[in-house]
Design a protein around this ligand. Structure first.
Ligand SMILES: Cc1cc2nc3c(=O)[nH]c(=O)nc-3n(C[C@H](O)[C@H](O)[C@H](O)COP(=O)(O)O)c2cc1C
Length: 362
């Protein structure tokens, strides 16, 4: 059994790479013979649509570029996987060029299958090439349906090349994949599903529907949160890129952004411990001139970015101290003793804060 993996993402440290690495980890566990070709670096030109590969030089393209060796690898494999970012609701142009350039593997003439009635061109080498195809698609926006066009075209391509379509691992909300601290369990579920899908595809040429669903597990609680987190990511990206910084820097700034951490913390309220608590907790970070107000009632909490006149507890500290507390790297009581935190009002609420808002369990 041999697998060919075509990677078609130009950003080498992006989220498609992250998903692809997880899939590969699963593939490698099986010991299958596995070749990966980075199509972005393969130096292939777009198809010219001249049909010489069907008529005057059958089976060969008149363009002599990187595609010649890739077609050999294609014919030599049993399984094909393609990893692409979602671009303009479709696959990346790199992957599209690759798909089009497999034209020499077809011949003139149409055939239809008795079972599905699908029309396709005749296959030049019916006994060679992959019998099953899988895709990994990573999109930035919230709705998974944005990838529908890409999935449909890949499914049709698979049929056209007489392959089974094992399925598409669509991971939308790509920017939220970096929230490993605030959503450890969900991220672990997604990572494991990618790995299992890689292993299953390598062993069986199929991917369970359940794994496809797990890979796409929603990361934002709601649309408002998705919008806020994406906008924060791009706010950091604009600053970091304009001073020549790296993608890793953007990811780390986004992960440590107090606005996101506060949202996640408040959403993670323990409804049992707080069932009978009615309180307004005001947080003030003088160093960044920002204020957050948490209104707790009947096991729920609401977060506003305001400073209110009346409160039950007011916590004042540098923003970094609070980030440390949320990340569990700073002990709140020690920070209080050291004088890094100032309290006004009901100090008992501060003592119980860790129980009201426990470490993330999602
Ligand atoms: C040219 C371009 C077009 C894009 N179009 C879409 C799109 O249609 N839908 C979507 O959800 N994301 C879209 N995105 C966002 C990317 O899918 C997202 O940034 C993804 O994480 C890219 O993969 P990468 O992180 O590996 O670079 C687009 C990005 C670019 C650069």
């Amino acid at each position: 059994m041999k697998m060919l993996l075509i990677t078609a993402f130009p950003r080498n440290n992006g989220f498609t790479r992250y998903c692809n690495d997880l899939f590969i980890r699963g593939v490698k566990q099986t010991g299958i013979t596995f070749t990966m070709i980075d199509i972005v670096l393969a130096n292939i030109n777009p198809c010219r649509g001249c049909f010489h590969c069907w008529c005057s030089t059958p089976g060969r393209c008149i363009q002599h570029d990187g595609m010649e060796r890739i077609l050999d690898a294609f014919l030599d494999c049993d399984l094909l996987a393609c990893a692409t970012p979602l671009y303009a609701y479709g696959v990346s142009s790199y992957l599209k060029i690759f798909l089009e350039r497999t034209m020499p593997l077809l011949t003139p003439g149409v055939t239809s299958t008795a079972t599905s009635g699908v029309d396709r061109n005749k296959i030049r080498f019916p006994d060679r090439g992959p019998r099953s195809m899988a895709a990994l698609i990573t999109g930035g926006l919230g709705a998974r349906s944005h990838a529908d066009g890409a999935v449909t075209s890949l499914r049709c391509y698979a049929k056209g090349m007489n392959m089974t379509f094992a399925g598409a691992l669509v991971r939308n909300e790509s920017y939220l994949l970096q929230f490993t601290d605030t959503k450890p369990k969900t991220i672990k579920t997604i990572e494991t599903a990618f790995e299992q899908a890689g292993r299953m595809f390598a062993l069986e040429g199929t991917i369970d529907r359940e794994l496809i669903e797990k890979v796409a597990t929603p990361l934002a609680f709601d649309h408002a949160r998705f919008e806020l987190y994406s906008n924060i990511y791009w706010e950091h990206a604009q600053k970091v890129f304009s001073r020549g910084g790296s993608v890793d820097e953007i990811k780390s700034l986004t992960r440590g952004d107090i606005r996101i951490l506060m949202q996640e913390m408040v959403h993670g309220i323990d409804p049992v411990t707080t069932a009978k608590v009615k309180a307004v907790i005001q947080l003030i970070f003088p160093d960044t001139a920002s204020a957050y107000c948490i209104s707790m009632e009947k096991g729920t909490a609401r977060l506003e970015m305001v400073e209110k006149e009346s409160f039950d507890l007011k916590i004042t500290c540098p923003e970094a101290v609070w980030v440390g507390i949320i990340h569990r790297t700073t002990d709140p009581l020690k920070a209080l003793t050291k004088g890094c935190i100032r309290l006004e009002g009901d100090k008992e609420l501060f003592r119980k804060f860790g129980r009201f808002f426990p470490p993330p369990n999602i």
